[in-house]
Write a protein that binds this ligand. Structure first.
Ligand SMILES: NC(=O)c1ccc[n+]([C@@H]2O[C@H](COP(=O)([O-])OP(=O)(O)OC[C@H]3O[C@@H](n4cnc5c(N)ncnc54)[C@H](O)[C@@H]3O)[C@@H](O)[C@H]2O)c1
Length: 435
């Protein structure tokens, strides 16, 4: 099949590459010229494990190409995916200007039947708006389909190639057949392709992300209780996670959720509900708990240093909002950095993949180390903000040499409390005892 993917960010690049990998001819369109030049030259623009190999293979096989020129591709493709940003607007609701802007443009460019598939996360009713925007200028046949994306950054390839489920919102038989054909190679093991109406499909995505965010905030509240009443949140996690009705995943307490999706999607669903005068109470609490949790580690640091962080130097391991990505959007590490800088502390940070993005955003307001160990030189304490694998079993003797204070504030509960005590560290983590 011939496909266009409009928007070549995390979702667009993974979508385009994976559809090319299954034999389709894909052209990815982006307005960012510099990005298109890089991608066309075979330079990948995001860090996503395993993606580069597939990306290069499909460029070589001439199944994947990149352009800024939407007009030149519309006539040659059958399906057009929208993988465009839907950032929060000034009031927190999803800003649809990119999606509707492209829909408007498409209306001026279509000459024959196309399926326009929305992969962006959008509020209920967006498919109708896209349809109306296209129909302003195009009188011919077309279908608009909602196909929310559930990939997780860091394991995006696996998620896309073997999705737990594919959700497709459409009432059109013709679009349904095309989508079935397109997704068939990805669901050969029998995972479901769930067809539903557009509105249910649009809401499924927000409900999924909001539910997962709720699990995280719930466990962070339990961690707060543990810190006040005694108890170890990790034990509680195991205790409840082994109940199949609850499930093991997304029960880790820490320093809150971040990233490009959960914060904005939770906020957008709250706003969508507000707009129809429905008070989505649980979700409002989820958001409030998360905002507090993002700086909970800073509270602990301040308590430890009796409120005075002036002149203190902290080594910070981890900047990305989660491991295996270079994405720093809404990363808790950034909230921690801002709060510590305000208190007069200095920071030397290390992250395996996200340093360039942080440098771009924060410049020289913090120092950057070339390794996790060199980040420790001259620091008063080590802070951990992202659970990268390489931070999980560090060389504690080496840490002790570089960090004589042996103080660790761990926002991701990476180490056993008892072991740290045995090694002579002062180890402060989330929702677990401090000896
Ligand atoms: N990142 C994720 O893990 C993830 C997962 C599931 C769903 N989503 C959703 O998918 C959508 C895209 O997210 P993303 O993370 O890929 O965003 P992104 O910011 O990484 O990429 C968006 C791309 O669209 C391009 N763009 C903007 N306007 C354009 C236009 N008029 N024409 C062509 N290209 C244009 C930008 O230059 C950018 O390259 C969002 O709605 C997001 O909520 C994201």
């Amino acid at each position: 099949m011939k496909i266009a993917v409009i928007g070549t960010g995390y979702v667009g690049l993974v979508t385009g590459t994976c559809f090319a990998e299954t034999g389709n001819k894909v052209v990815c369109v982006d307005i960012d010229e510099a990005k298109v030049v890089k991608l066309s030259a075979g330079q990948i623009t995001i860090y996503e494990p395993g993606l580069e190999k597939l990306f290069l293979r499909n460029i070589k096989e001439e199944r994947l190409r990149f352009t800024t020129n939407l007009r030149s591709v519309v006539d040659e493709v059958e399906v057009i995916f929208l993988a465009l940003p839907t950032p929060p607007g000034a009031d927190g609701a999803a800003d649809l200007k990119y999606v509707l802007g492209v829909a408007d443009e498409l209306g001026k460019l279509l000459h024959s039947y196309k399926v326009i598939v929305n992969k962006s996360t959008v509020p209920v009713g967006t498919a109708d708006q896209v349809r109306a925007a296209i129909a302003k200028n195009y009188r011919g046949e077309f279908d608009v389909v909602s196909n929310p994306e559930f990939l997780r950054e860091g394991v995006a390839l696996e998620d896309f190639m073997k999705p737990d489920r594919v959700v497709i919102g459409t009432n059109s038989e013709r679009a349904r057949n095309l989508m079935s054909e397109l997704y068939a190679p990805f669901v050969r093991q029998g995972n479901p392709v769930l067809f539903m109406d557009e509105r249910s499909s649009e809401l499924t995505k927000y409900a999924a992300n909001s539910f997962l965010a709720m699990k995280i905030s719930f466990m962070n509240e339990v961690a707060q209780l543990c810190e006040r009443m005694g108890g170890d949140v990790d034990m509680i996690r195991r205790g409840i996670g082994s109940d199949e009705r609850i499930g093991k995943r997304f029960l880790f307490s820490g320093i809150g959720y971040g990233g490009s999706c959960f914060p904005k999607d939770v906020q957008a669903l709250i706003k969508s509900a507000d707009a129809i005068d429905y008070n989505f109470k649980i979700l409002k609490a989820v958001e409030q708990v998360n905002a507090k949790q993002k700086v909970h580690l800073v509270q602990k640091i301040k308590e430890y240093y009796k409120g005075n962080l002036e002149g203190k130097r902290f080594s910070l391991w981890g900047l990305a909002f989660k491991p295996n990505t270079d994405d720093i959007r809404e990363a808790p590490a950034l909230s921690i950095i801002n709060a510590l800088l305000k208190e007069g502390a200095t920071i030397c940070a290390y992250d395996p993949e996200a340093m360039a993005n942080v440098k771009y955003q924060l410049g020289d307001s913090i120092d950057y180390a070339t390794s996790q160990y060199s980040a420790l030189e001259g620091a008063d304490a080590l802070l951990i903000a992202t659970e990268w694998s390489e931070f999980r079993t560090p060389d504690f003797d080496r840490i002790a040499t570089l960090l004589p204070s042996k103080i660790i504030f761990d926002g991701r509960n990476l180490f056993e409390v008892a072991k740290m005590k045995q090694l002579g560290y002062q180890y402060i983590s989330i929702g677990r005892p401090v000896y």
